[in-house]
Write a protein that binds this ligand. Structure first.
Ligand SMILES: N[C@@H](CCC(=O)N[C@@H](CS)C(=O)NCC(=O)O)C(=O)O
Length: 235
């Protein structure tokens, strides 16, 4: 598997922010591939200060004004999963997408599954304001993580014999697990899922996305404040 870029590495830029799980997927893949890039910090609107001005380049090229937005050379793409696939196509040989059709299909199916069955409830846990809703999201997330743990039993990875884009898509769940637990995720993590987390922490992409204790505290604090604000608006 090659990691050489078909594009000068210095030409790659990511508009992202550490708290955004979608941008984290791309940041992980860039680090995992060893793709040198510029990270242009652009906090999501909920985290921006009142004087924050969106850069013109971002406004022009991000159709929904969402991060992640990636520039390679003079080309731009937003939306995490298409961006992950696009970065694969811009390199000499695929590194996080297998070359075999059936293996590639498995990675793609699992990325879509994770998005739907794990990411939605994960976001439901931290954006939840009603305890019943948080608890339902927590249960759904625990079920999804148990299923994803089962996928890893044969090879250690989510889709195939090596880390793939499925790891990039799931990575933000490992990154914020301690924060999710403080915000109401009560599910028991299976041994397989925890072992997958341990394996992910050994990957080249991990140091680029891992959170310090301070970042976990800030994540938790932001969503606790969000809940308090919602509660005061709709007591
Ligand atoms: N489907 C998109 C979702 C991206 C997304 O929701 N990004 C959020 C930040 S985490 C965003 O930029 N929201 C707009 C805003 O904050 O104004 C993806 O997978 O990249």
């Amino acid at each position: 598997m090659s990691t050489s870029l078909g594009q000068a590495a210095s030409d790659v830029a990511l508009y992202g922010h550490w708290i955004c799980p979608f941008a984290t997927r791309v940041e992980f893949a860039l680090h995992q591939r060893g793709i040198d890039h510029e990270l242009i910090d652009l906090p999501p609107s909920a985290v921006r200060g009142p004087d924050f001005v969106l850069p013109d380049e971002f406004v022009e090229h991000s159709p929904k004004l969402e991060i992640p937005l990636v520039r390679v050379g003079g080309d731009y793409l937003a939306d995490s999963i298409p961006v992950l696939e696009w970065l694969e196509n811009r390199v000499v040989a695929p590194a996080l997408l297998p070359s075999d059709d059936a293996d590639r299909r498995l990675v793609r199916d699992r990325m879509a599954w994770i998005n739907r069955h794990a990411f939605r409830p994960m976001i439901g846990v931290y954006y939840g304001t009603d305890p019943d809703v948080i608890s339902q999201a927590s249960e759904a997330l625990a079920d999804a993580l148990a299923e994803m743990g089962r996928w890893t039993t044969e090879t250690g990875w989510l889709a195939g014999a090596e880390p793939s884009l499925a790891e990039a898509v799931a990575m933000p769940i490992h990154v914020r697990m301690a924060g999710l637990q403080r915000l109401g995720f009560t599910g028991q993590l299976t041994a397989e899922w925890r072992a997958h987390g341990d394996r992910c922490r050994t990957l080249a992409g991990w140091p680029g996305v891992e959170w310090s204790d301070e970042q976990t505290d800030e994540f938790v604090g932001r969503f606790e404040a969000f809940r308090r604000k919602r509660q005061s608006q709709h007591p």
